[in-house]
Design a binder for this molecule. Structure first.
Ligand code: NAD
Length: 497
């Protein structure tokens, strides 16, 4: 059996804690690897390596730093298929979906190639008599990223690429459920010429995370995962004086207006709700048709589409989606379906009985569709993170606008309509961080930035885009005056311009 250690100081090292976690192959249900769970001392070893390597990396000019990332992109392209297969086998998503996971990460690495320009400071000549002012951006030092299971390539790259391009050293603590790809990415960065110690992967669970939060040499922590952990990490890291941004869970609504193209809306809905078995933070989990006629037309088209979803092993390229990540995730999602039935929602499609022939121990679940879901139900309020879509019928536009706006999560939202006025009003007023207009999964491209509101995001800067440059650097402002501009005598009043 494969055993996965840590990647510290430019090489894979074995774990010393004696504690490991099982890494499953969701499509067969078998344990395929054991991953080491780090102790505080192992985390500390990674920090020592990072701390020793970081000053020389920061002093390497930014163009040379991004040449390493350029080479890394070539290597990811070279190994793309092997990475996609490993990702699919550890996560459970299909191989085409795994390729997308890698590509959306690669796009942020491409963005980070612009760091020489993005890190440039500002300069004002003559801000006062003989006084010039300039600001410079400097790296923070050692920073850390704690990432979830559902995008094991994309989210680590969202974190480490801008951080490293800015001249920081990085400690990645990926999900213990699918650590194989993050380890490979670290190896590829080394092969691309990154000095040892600049990117370290420490595998682990709460013990490793707490060690990150308490380590005095880690200046900033970026987290992506569920909201309760996001809040915990935000509070503990902030209390320790660290810069921190934590992105959490979601309940993404898709509003379907009476004038929407219903075929397009249904296509969008099935892809965005059931793709990756619903294990995406931007998955649509609530559909909101406006008006009874719209709701009835939607359900008429949606039900057969959900009944006919093609579920398959991750290696089947024709499957719409594969298994869930673990048996525990499957049990949790099935439990939510029971809760929905007890709460009185109408289960219009029940996928719980689905069995994958030849893969009977895999973590598969058919698509489930609830109608007549109401605001007070747990299946509406809580994140299910599985192939379960809830339909909440709204009477009018105002009610449809209020639903996502008043929900405690605020990651993504979409509206399907042909009417520019209602789309514009919706985008302007909705209390959610990312909005799609006839786009069901509005994950912004790499040169914008990603971030949810309310309990979907703690902290005040988004991920990637120019926000990532602000997050991973600190600004120093220099006010300079030369002797020819200095007046004689001491001045005791506050200097003014
Ligand atoms: P998770 O919160 O269980 O785990 C995320 C990370 O936190 C992992 O590295 C894990 O090891 C660590 N962790 C888990 N329990 C911990 C604890 N008690 N103390 C400290 N650290 C702990 O999330 P997950 O199940 O891996 O991922 C799915 C969640 O992530 C969903 O809620 C999803 O919406 C969210 N997500 C959000 C975004 C976003 O950008 N907003 C993107 C992807 C996923």
């Amino acid at each position: 059996m494969r055993s996965i250690g840590h990647f510290i100081g430019g090489r894979e090292v074995k774990g010393t804690s004696g504690r490991t976690a099982d890494v499953f192959e969701p499509m067969t249900g078998e344990v395929q690897a054991k991953v080491a769970l780090a102790t505080k001392a192992e985390l500390r070893a990674a920090v020592e390596n990072a701390k020793a390597a970081q000053p020389a990396w920061a002093a390497t000019n930014p163009q040379r730093r991004v040449r390493v990332l350029m080479k890394f992109l070539e290597l990811v392209a070279r190994d793309n298929e092997a990475l996609a297969e490993l990702l699919a086998r550890e996560h459970g998503k299909t191989i085409p979906d795994a390729r997308g996971d890698i590509l959306r990460g690669v796009e942020v690495v491409e963005f980070a190639l612009g760091i020489p320009h993005l890190m440039k400071g500002e300069y004002t000549e003559g801000a006062g008599p003989q006084i010039d002012l300039y600001s410079i951006r400097q790296p923070l030092g050692v920073v850390a990223g704690i990432t979830p299971f559902n995008f094991p390539a994309m989210i680590p790259m969202w974190k480490f690429a801008p951080a490293i391009a800015c001249g920081n050293a990085f400690i990645l603590k990926p999900s213990e459920r699918d650590p194989g790809v993050p380890m490979k990415l670290a190896e590829l960065m080394l092969e691309a010429g990154l000095p040892p110690g600049i990117l370290n992967v420490v595998n682990g669970d709460k013990e490793a995370v707490d060690a990150i939060l308490d380590d005095p040499d880690i200046s900033a922590v970026g987290f992506v995962g569920s909201s309760s952990i996001a809040q915990y990490i935000y509070e503990r890291a902030a209390a320790a004086g660290k810069r921190c941004q934590c992105f959490g869970g979601a309940k993404n609504h898709m509003i379907v207006m009476p004038d929407a193209d219903m075929d397009q809306a249904v296509d969008a809905l099935v892809g965005a709700s059931y793709g990756a078995a619903g294990e995406r933070c931007m998955a649509v989990s609530v559909a909101v048709p406006v008006g009874k006629t719209t709701a009835d037309r939607l359900m008429e088209k949606l039900i057969p589409r959900v009944e006919n979803l093609k579920i398959g092993p991750s290696t089947d390229p024709s499957a719409d989606y594969g298994p869930l990540v673990t048996q525990a995730a499957l049990d949790r999602v099935r439990n939510y379906v029971e809760i929905g039935i007890k709460e009185g929602a109408k289960l219009a499609v029940d996928g719980r009985g689905f069995k994958m022939q030849g893969y009977e121990n895999g973590f598969y679940m058919g698509g489930c569709l609830f109608d007549n879901v109401t605001k007070d139900m747990r299946i509406y309020k809580e994140e299910i993170f599985g192939p379960v879509l809830s339909v909440v019928r709204a009477h009018d536009f105002d009610e449809a606008l209020r639903l996502p706006s008043e929900h405690e999560y605020g990651n993504g939202v979409a509206i399907f309509t042909r009417d520019g006025d209602s789309a514009r009003e919706f985008a302007a007023k909705v209390n959610v961080g990312m909005v799609g207009i006839n786009v069901p999964i509005p994950v912004p491209v790499a040169y914008f930035s990603f971030g949810g509101w309310k309990r979907s995001g703690f902290g005040d800067l988004n991920q990637y885009g120019t926000d990532s440059v602000r997050f991973y650097t600190k600004t120093k402002t220099v006010t300079a005056r030369w002797p020819s501009g200095v007046k004689e005598g001491a001045d005791f009043a506050m200097p003014t311009s």
